[in-house]
Ligand binder design. Structure first.
Ligand code: AMP
Length: 541
């Protein structure tokens, strides 16, 4: 027997309309140069209507891909809604990809129109001749156009010519809404195509109390770029609730961000650990009022325990650790303590909070060993993390590399994990980053986290270096904290030694000025491994 409930389609249109009807005066704020641009959800709604008309005039039809090359701004938010709500697909382009990969993803997605921030024009101008499908470039600026791009149009002029009311279509919920390419550390990036339904349900999960716990009273600032997994769904979730949104634009230094937190009284924000490490370091020497901040979500790579403890103990800011991937929209796990853990000793609580957490409601996870068997939940047995759920990809977009990654209804993440008795997942490593030493595996993530707990260390990464006897051995690269006493190798070894077996310790520790990062701010281990592949490791006694 069938249930007798409405077959209500989960699309982005009602999210936008609700914010307009219930929160027309709520602000959306963007840092533009030294000034702030402020407008409201009513403005967002009306300009999104104008945008939809303009897209139609440019010949954009249902299912067409429309690229965005932009920072986190109110205009990018207009594109987040205007493009999918009129039936097209919002393809966010990662502005830090090397030119050949940018060309690849634009051609692979067959983008018809690209919207570009004025400051990012040089990136596009350089590659425009290689773009096979783009018919128009729309430049997002208030000033007269100055560009060598063919068929360039002004965003503001396009919008100004259109009415604010648009007759939004009723789309089936499985209509494609947006697409993001993986940051592609090996080979070409792979396309993930999100549906209206997946964006809607994922936004709900961001709002769950046991998710990221967003509410309509929040002032939310996404520091994670809008070109990286739809800024973790934060803009859709904030609009769903009518929360105030604050966008940093291109102003992403630690000082820019703490100034914004202080001035706009941000309550919740999210980004990758390297960024928060920079902020924690800045706060050692400069004072800012962060008392508005109730939650700082950290994901994208492992948050060292010292980061979580540092913010809590020194600045009373709660860091929430979460795990996800482009393929999982991204929210897969969130680390909130279970009620029974509230009375545990502080140190144990921090230890749990440094794990990646338990599966978000609606997401199923399991860890599988090489024989295809689920591993024990004992916090020790390692397996590959597999995931399924309503906001997990079922395939890559037009890509043979889907074969072997989506099997039996599960997505194989390539992350190696342990799961403890309480279901808390800990990422041990990416399969390809683990150090395979004499038949044993060493987790580079655990070593990094421990080294970053040393007070003289700003950033640390660990890689596998080929070794004649052991196959691979770990090498650590360390960036000393500025304005602190430089750490010695011996003091770092002494700091981490109690937490590891002797054979797990790095053979060497090198001090460097900076560590190469990927396009989304993670340590770029592929590049680092290449740099140090011939490094002659000393033996450790
Ligand atoms: P991306 O698709 O670029 O977001 O990258 C996803 C990958 O980032 C995952 O497969 C993990 O290897 C890594 N990752 C994401 N969040 C975390 C986390 N909290 N801790 C450790 N690794 C993470």
């Amino acid at each position: 027997m069938q249930g007798l409930m409405m077959d209500y389609q989960l699309t982005l249109r009602p999210i936008l309309e609700r914010a307009y009807k219930l929160f027309p005066k709520r602000e959306i704020v963007t840092k533009v140069g030294p000034a702030m641009h402020r407008y409201t959800y009513a403005d967002l709604y009306q300009r999104t209507g104008q945008l939809a008309h303009a897209l139609e005039k440019l010949g954009v039809k249902a299912g067409d891909r429309v690229g965005t090359l932009a920072w986190n701004t109110y205009r990018h938010l207009e594109l987040y809604f205007g493009i999918p709500c009129m039936g097209a697909v919002c393809h966010t382009l990662n502005l830090r990809l090397p030119p050949d990969q940018l060309i690849y993803i634009i051609n692979h997605a067959a983008d018809k129109v690209i919207f570009v921030d004025q400051t990012l024009l040089p990136l596009l101008e350089k590659i425009a001749a290689h773009l096979k499908t783009v018919e128009h470039f729309v430049v997002m600026t208030n000033t007269p156009l100055q560009t060598s791009l063919p068929n360039a149009l002004s965003y503001e002029e396009l919008l100004a010519a259109e009415p604010t009311e648009y007759n939004w279509p009723d789309l089936p919920e499985n209509t494609a809404a947006a697409m993001c390419y993986t940051s592609g550390t090996t080979g070409d990036p792979k396309g993930v195509l999100y549906s209206h339904r997946s964006c809607y349900l994922h936004a709900m999960s961001v709002c769950f109390g046991d998710g990221l716990g967003l509410t309509s009273s929040d002032i939310m600032m996404p520091v994670v770029p809008m070109f990286h997994v739809l800024a973790w769904g934060l803009p859709y979730a904030a609009t769903m609730l009518g929360a105030v949104q604050v966008f940093p634009g291109p102003h992403m230094t630690p000082r820019d961000l703490v100034e914004l937190i202080q001035a706009e009284k941000i309550t919740i924000t999210g980004g990758v650990p390297t960024l928060w490490l920079g902020i924690l370091n800045l706060l050692e020497s400069e004072r800012y009022d962060l008392s508005s901040l109730r939650s700082m979500v950290v994901g994208g790579s492992a948050a060292p325990q010292s980061l979580i403890e540092g913010f809590q103990k020194k600045h009373n800011v709660r860091v929430v650790h979460a795990w996800g991937m482009t393929e999982t929209s991204p929210l897969g796990t969130v680390c909130n303590l279970k009620r029974e853990m509230f009375d545990l000793p502080e140190e144990e609580q921090y230890h749990i909070r440094a794990k990646q957490g338990i599966p978000s409601p609606c997401v199923e996870l399991r860890a599988v060993d090489e024989a295809g068997k689920e591993v024990q939940w004992d916090g020790k047995a390692m397996g590959e993390l597999q995931v399924r759920g309503p906001w997990v990809a079922s395939n890559y977009y037009n890509d043979d590399r889907s074969v072997g990654r989506f099997e039996g209804g599960w997505f194989r993440t390539g992350d190696v994990v342990t799961i403890d008795e309480e279901g808390y997942i800990q990422i041990v490593d990416r399969t390809k980053d683990l150090v395979k030493s004499g038949g044993e595996w060493i987790s580079t993530v655990e070593l990094e986290s421990a080294i970053m707990g040393h007070p003289g260390v700003l950033e640390a990464t660990v890689i596998a270096v080929p070794h004649p006897k052991w196959q691979e051995r770990p090498l650590a690269l360390v960036v000393p904290r500025p304005n602190a006493e430089p750490p010695s190798k011996e003091s770092i070894y002494a700091h981490i030694a109690p937490h590891f077996a002797k054979w797990q310790l790095p053979n060497d520790i090198l001090f460097v000025e900076s560590i190469p990062k990927t396009s989304v701010g993670k340590f770029d281990k592929k590049v680092i491994r290449e740099q140090y592949k011939d490094y002659a490791l000393p033996e450790r006694a």
